[in-house]
Design a protein around this ligand. Structure first.
Ligand code: FES
Length: 81
């Protein structure tokens, strides 16, 4: 079973670094060869624009920043594998 990760590409999340978060996740997936285990996709506004970049993991929405993205990847996404 794979983990579904959606990154918001709406305006607010874009301004807070959604693209950087996406790049970091993709880099981690590449390095760890997790292509068949983690499914990344983009999403329109999730209605949680007030904090960081909205990232949905298996249906739950989190706020991530480019600075916290690696820690989030290891602590939240990898834990679900
Ligand atoms: S723009 Fe990302 S949650 Fe609204």
């Amino acid at each position: 079973m794979s983990v579904a990760v959606k990154i918001c590409i709406g305006t607010y999340c874009h301004l807070r670094g959604a693209y950087n978060v996406l790049q970091l996740f993709q880099h981690e997936i590449e390095e760890r060869d997790l292509h068949d285990k983690i499914e990344i996709s983009g999403s329109f506004c999730m209605g949680h624009c007030e904090n960081g970049v909205s990232v949905e993991v298996d249906g739950k929405i989190y706020s991530v920043s480019p600075e916290s993205a690696r820690e989030f990847f290891e602590g939240t996404i990898l834990k679900r594998l």
